[in-house]
Ligand binder design. Structure first.
Ligand SMILES: NC(=O)c1ccc[n+]([C@@H]2O[C@H](COP(=O)([O-])OP(=O)(O)OC[C@H]3O[C@@H](n4cnc5c(N)ncnc54)[C@H](O)[C@@H]3O)[C@@H](O)[C@H]2O)c1
Length: 435
């Protein structure tokens, strides 16, 4: 099937490459000319494991191409995915900014020729599919199309596997014709018995927010438990194991840490709160998760300050990891970039390393000193803080760190190391939720 992807970011490029791998003919379009130029030159503008090979293979085999011009893509496509960003509105009110969605709908509308399915892949508030249909009709009254909601659940860092073997495919539509086309698009998943949840538009739109909100609640819950553990001398890792082995609860997303971040949870929880408020409904569990998350980050600032003896001015903080999670270069709402600025403002020096995130971080945080490896981050540092659990930070040489650091103080915001072993290695160790 001929398919167009509007928006070639973390979701659009992965979805486009994976659908090409399914055998469809995909044009990935983006208004960012530089991004398309790099893709046309064989460069991958984001870091996502395995994506370079998948893109190269499908380009080579003629199923994947890139463009900045919508005309040539849309007029020949049977399906057009919209995978543009839906960040929190710049007004600061927590609403999702749908400017890019509506712009994409307006741009594609004049090019629709034969019957086309327009698919909202982006995470969008309830009712957006209806608005997308209205915008298209305003621009092209005669267009023959249906809008489908098909939210994406992939995780950066594991995106290809998540797309190829998802827990489910959610399709929101009122049209049988559109549903049939969607089933054809995802036929390879249907054949390996991936469950399809086919529902109305509103439910599909809400499922995505509900899933992210639930996971955010789970993270905030375990972070609160971690804080209790710190006060009473319990250990959150053992607690999470004891709780998570209950099949009704599950082990996943019970990792205490610096608070959630990334390109989805912070913005999607806020957007869900607005959806609920607008409809006169309270969502106190999600409200609490958002508040707990902000408090957790503030608590991490204090934890680092305490590790520095109560004052950060003139001290050097070595930083391991800037991205919001390992195996991505995405810095959006990364905890490190919320927790470090208040320390920097009060006079701390930041000496940071990240395997993939430094180039982008340097644009927004020019005052950090960026170094080439973990040991340079530790050089003369008063404390070394592990923010992101990249594999290369999981087996550090503590003898070398001790030689390089001004003081052997280690703040482990991902609980990678054992407090007992760290103390045996001669470190003053701070974890999250561990005595
Ligand atoms: N990143 C994730 O892990 C993830 C996972 C699931 C769902 N989502 C959702 O998917 C959507 C996209 O997220 P992302 O992380 O891929 O965003 P992104 O910022 O990486 O990519 C969006 C792309 O859309 C392009 N764009 C914007 N307006 C355009 C237009 N009118 N025409 C053409 N291109 C346009 C931008 O230039 C950019 O390249 C969001 O709604 C997000 O919430 C993201």
């Amino acid at each position: 099937m001929k398919i167009t992807m509007i928006g070639t970011g973390y979701v659009g490029l992965v979805t486009g490459a994976c659908l090409a791998e399914f055998g469809h003919k995909i044009i990935c379009m983006d208004k960012d000319e530089d991004k398309i130029k790099r893709l046309l030159a064989g460069e991958i503008p984001i870091y996502e494991p395995g994506l370079d090979e998948l893109v190269a293979k499908n380009v080579r085999e003629g199923r994947l191409s890139f463009a900045t011009d919508l005309n040539e893509c849309v007029s020949r496509a049977q399906a057009v995915f919209i995978a543009v960003g839906t960040p929190t509105s710049r007004r600061g009110d927590g609403y999702a900014d749908l400017t890019y969605i509506y712009a994409a709908a307006r741009d594609l509308a004049p090019h629709l020729q034969d019957y086309t399915v327009v698919i909202d892949k982006s995470t969008v508030p309830v009712g957006t599919a209806g608005q997308v249909a209205r915008v298209i009709r305003e621009e092209n009254f005669a267009a023959d199309f249906d809008v489908v909601s098909n939210p994406e659940f992939l995780r950066e860092g594991a995106a290809i596997n998540d797309f190829m073997r998802p827990d489910r495919v959610v399709l929101g539509t009122d049209s049988e014709r559109a549903a049939e086309i969607m089933k054809e698009i995802y036929n390879p998943l249907y054949r390996i018995s991936i469950p399809f949840v086919i529902t109305n538009l509103e439910t599909a739109e809400l499922i995505k927010y509900a899933a992210n909100a639930f996971l955010s609640v789970k993270i905030s819950f375990i972070n609160e438990m971690a804080n209790i553990c710190e006060e009473v001398g319990a250990d959150v890792i053992d607690l999470a194991k004891g709780v998570g082995l209950d099949g009704r609860i599950g082990k996943k997303f019970l990792h205490a840490g610096p608070g959630y971040g990334g390109s989805c949870f912070p913005k999607d929880t806020l957007a869900l709160l607005r959806i609920a408020q607008e409809n006169g409904v309270a969502t106190r569990s999600v409200e609490a998760a958002v508040e707990i998350n902000a408090a957790q980050k503030a608590r991490m600032v204090k934890k680092i300050r305490d590790a520095l003896g109560g004052h950060e001015a003139g001290k050097t903080i070595g930083v391991l990891g800037l991205t919001f999670k390992p195996e991505t270069d995405d810095l959006r709402d990364s905890p490190a970039l919320t927790i470090l600025p208040p320390l920097l403002e009060k006079g701390a020096r930041i000496q940071a390393h990240d395997p993939q995130g430094m180039a982008a971080a340097a644009r927004d945080f020019p005052d950090f000193n960026y170094v080439d490896n973990s040991y340079e981050a530790a050089e003369n540092a008063d404390v070394l803080v592990l923010f992101t659990e990249w594999n290369q930070y999981r087996a550090l040489d503590f003898e070398e760190l001790k030689v390089r650091m001004k003081a052997p103080v280690f703040v482990d915001l991902r609980n990678v190391y054992s407090p007992v072993k760290m103390r045996e290695a001669g470190f003053i160790y701070y974890g999250v939720g561990r005595k």
